[in-house]
Design a protein around this ligand. Structure first.
Ligand code: FEO
Length: 389
């Protein structure tokens, strides 16, 4: 395994995790990469490491261009273990390397994971001359942990952006000019929705802090490197941070005997009648993290559950828990569901969505047993009326 050159004297020395399928409940159907970068200069500098278990791969890639014992500087842009997991192992080999991280959060979090490795704290605007190149640090707290920062390398004008602009996308192609670009955008959107979305305000501040940098290359900590399509990915981030919405309407449900499903279709008909683009997700088949990616920019969300043992179905509770933690884009909601007796679930869904920065479009919709055509038509009419108000 060899290092891959990004620019003159700058290499990708990370690891490709082709088999990762779950990252904290986020389905990573395309695997991922853990990106570490090596700058060859008077001071040989390693930027971030890789997840524990991938040390051999990173070391082999470093060795293909330099003796790892000669590394002088290690920069930790983020303490999460998928980027810092091999910090102790590489520090053991690069015995004289100094480790730079954000002060105070990076020092605190790395110490909690690995003990005191002699970290040196850096603050906004601090610079580190490497020889011909200089690194400047910009803290980006909460994009995605308190310790996140980005590093900007001049005169190559490379932004090591850590979690920002990343994608869970395993690929042997390293840049946006070589890879499957539509897939990279799909995965960048899913990554933002599932990792960065709750921190939109902080991401907006990070974008503002980097706005004046003459960025020529963006090297994130996951996925491909952005070279040719920087304005496009930056503009996408700006639209996500601004909570821009499209004309889609998300309908998420589970069903026992297809009654709640028939209500979902009645709501679909209402959205269609009002010129919206409904998207249906049966939780029996669809993963929370895919729904979140589509829900991020939708104007409406409808969530339905039959009543099972006096409560909503566990699949719906799981989705609502995941949605509550991530939703950053206010939208109007509909809660609905069928029941035989009891009938608690639609109100429970209503209450859960009310706690998700969403506003009700109309009261919870409930029907017993198998809805008739007239009842379903009434749902469509009621939702159309509410949408037209
Ligand atoms: Fe890939 Fe927040 O780390």
């Amino acid at each position: 395994m060899k290092a891959m050159q990004i620019a003159q004297n700058i290499y990708w020395v990370g690891a490709i995790d082709w088999n990762l399928r779950n990252f904290h409940g986020y389905e990573t159907e395309k695997g991922t990469t853990y990106n570490a970068y090596l700058v060859l200069d008077e001071k040989i500098t390693l930027i971030d490491t890789v997840k524990e278990g991938f040390f051999g791969e990173m070391l082999e890639r470093i060795r293909s261009v330099v003796d790892p014992e000669k590394i002088d500087i290690i920069v930790s842009n983020h303490a999460e273990p998928d980027h810092s997991g091999c910090l102790p192992a590489i520090a053991k080999i690069a015995k004289n390397a100094k480790i730079y991280t954000a002060a105070p959060a990076g020092i605190k979090n790395l110490t909690a994971y690995y003990g005191d490795l002699g970290y040196i704290g850096v603050k906004a605007g601090d610079s580190l001359p490497l020889g011909a190149q200089t690194l400047t640090f910009v803290p980006t707290p909460m994009v995605h942990w308190p310790d996140n920062m980005v590093s900007f390398l001049t005169p190559a004008n490379i932004l090591f952006s850590n979690d920002a602009f990343g994608q869970h996308y395993a690929s042997d192609e390293r840049t946006d000019s070589e890879c499957d670009l539509p897939e990279a955008y799909i995965q960048a959107r899913k990554y933002y929705a599932n990792i960065v979305q709750p921190y939109g305000m902080q991401t907006g501040k990070a974008l503002a802090a980097c706005a004046d940098l003459p960025i020529q290359t963006i090297c994130p900590s996951h996925g491909i490197v952005w070279t040719k399509h920087i304005p496009d990915i930056v503009n996408l981030y700006k639209s996500w941070v601004a909570n821009e919405q499209d004309d889609t309407a998300i309908i998420v449900y589970d069903t026992m005997w297809h009654s709640t499903e028939s209500m979902a279709h009645a709501i679909e008909n209402a959205f269609l009648a009002c010129g919206l683009k409904p998207r249906l997700y049966n939780l029996h088949y669809c993963h929370n993290s895919d729904i979140i990616a589509d829900a991020m920019t939708s104007r409406f969300i409808a969530v339905g559950s039959p009543t099972l043992n006096n409560t909503m179905m566990p699949s719906v509770a799981s989705f609502l828990t995941y949605f509550k933690g991530l939703n950053g884009n206010k939208k109007k909601f509909i809660a609905f569901g069928s029941y035989g007796w009891g009938g608690q679930s639609p109100d429970q869904v209503f209450e859960a969505l009310s706690a998700c920065k969403c506003e009700p479009l109309l009261p919870a919709i409930k029907l017993t047993f198998k809805p008739s055509k007239e009842q379903l038509d009434k749902i469509t009419d009621d939702v159309v009326s509410a949408l037209q108000k």
